[in-house]
Design a protein around this ligand. Structure first.
Ligand code: GLA
Length: 389
């Protein structure tokens, strides 16, 4: 899975030739969210960290007429004429980089002609932010190519806009933020309303973080995601005339009674309850980690999954099998889905000496119950998007 940088260079020259002209290497991680799910677009708290795998980009300037894009993960040698605005190409992976380059163009920074080669060692569509990773690696590189000098916060917002407006996925800011601001061996405590953030050392002692991929093909994730967003907005609309709030995170646990009073629809009430309780759990999890209380952190992760399963209904049979079967295994401190849900990955904290047995046993049970083969990753926590010298 780990990228071989020499091989990447070889592939670059095989595709583009001209060995005398060395490309520049950039890297951008994927992310895993420890807790705080479906809270970002509600102005709430999240607690993600950047991974030590992600997306590599080799790029060099070439003339002024076209952006040439290749990937070792996707087919096609794509040539896009340099322009003051770019259009979406139906179903093409190049919409992620093109959307970001379009954001630079909107600010008056026209990218020079380039030759680009992308390679991701992060599984696509697994809920580990492969999209945000491609966006952010493009943003950091284009910032240099255009001499734009934009700060990381701006690159994060531009990448989120590219995903919302160009790609058409109405995501919150968590993924791009975690990928941009990641810090080795730290999780990020981010308030998605104010964008204030603090790093928290991720000291798990003799426990390990394990990511398990359901390998379930993504189905209607985007439309269900957008439906959840709309349901949250509807609750805000219904509550606001009685109790003015800007977003759902304006409600505290003590306001849960307002839901019974003003939200007649039982489904909407459950959606809102998830967001309100998840914000609370996230703050508790952050302080548990500060106190080195990993057992409480694990318990909160379990409760987070239960709420995502019962109240927010974004889990599904595959994620639930991994989580509820995983919890029965020795050494499991906490386990939950991570990311948007409906498939993708779980994140678990497991006693280091039980990790091998956990992976072997859970793989067996998962396969026998779902017919699918799970993948396991033991990630390191890495730094955010950057140029590699
Ligand atoms: C996806 C989105 C994020 C966030 C999570 C759920 O990863 O891209 O913005 O909403 O789902 O927490």
């Amino acid at each position: 899975m780990k990228a071989d940088i020499n091989f990447l260079h070889e592939e670059f020259f095989r595709i583009y030739g001209d060995r005398g002209n060395t490309p520049v290497l950039y890297f951008s991680p994927g992310r895993v969210n420890l807790i705080g799910e479906h809270t970002d677009y509600n102005g709430g708290y999240v607690f993600p960290c950047a991974l030590d795998f992600g997306t590599y980009l080799l790029v060099r300037k070439k003339g002024a007429s076209e952006l040439r894009m290749n990937s070792l993960n996707f087919p096609g040698d794509v040539r896009i004429p340099v322009s003051r605005s770019y259009a979406k190409i139906e179903k093409s992976w190049t919409n992620y980089p093109a959307g970001v380059i379009n954001e630079f163009a909107k600010l008056g920074f026209t990218s020079p002609g380039t030759e680009m080669l992308f390679y991701g060692d992060i599984p696509n569509g697994a809920g580990l932010s492969s999209s945000a990773s491609i966006e952010m690696v493009t943003a950091v590189a284009t910032n240099d190519l255009c001499n734009a000098g934009l700060p990381m916060m701006e690159l994060v917002k531009m990448s989120q806009r590219a995903e919302n407006m160009f790609v058409g996925m109405n995501c919150g800011i968590m993924d791009q933020f975690a990928v941009g601001f990641g810090k080795k061996d730290h999780a990020i405590n981010l308030n998605c309303d104010t964008l204030e953030y603090k790093y928290a050392p991720l000291n798990l002692g003799n426990r390990r973080l394990v990511i398990t991929n359901t390998n379930k093909r993504r189905g209607l994730t985007d439309s269900k995601y957008n439906e959840r967003r709309a349901q949250c907005d509807r609750v805000v609309e219904l509550i606001s005339p009685h109790h003015p709030i800007k977003n759902l995170s304006g409600l505290a646990i003590s306001d849960l009674c307002l839901l019974d009073k003003y939200i007649p629809d039982e489904v909407l009430r459950r959606r809102a309850r998830h967001v309100i309780t998840e914000n609370n759990r996230t703050l508790e999890a952050i302080s548990a980690l500060e106190k080195n209380d990993i057992v409480s952190l694990g318990k909160l992760m379990n409760e987070s999954h239960d709420s995502l399963c019962k109240d927010y209904e974004v889990t599904g049979a595959e994620l639930d099998t991994l989580v509820y079967e995983g919890r029965k295994l020795p050494g499991v401190i906490g386990t939950r889905m991570t990311g948007a849900g409906f498939g993708g990955c779980t994140v678990s904290i497991v006693e280091a000496d039980q990790t091998e047995a956990f992976m072997t046993k859970l793989a067996e049970i998962y396969h026998s119950k779902t017919g699918l083969v799970a993948d396991f990753y033991l990630p390191g926590i890495g730094d955010g998007a950057r140029k590699i010298d």
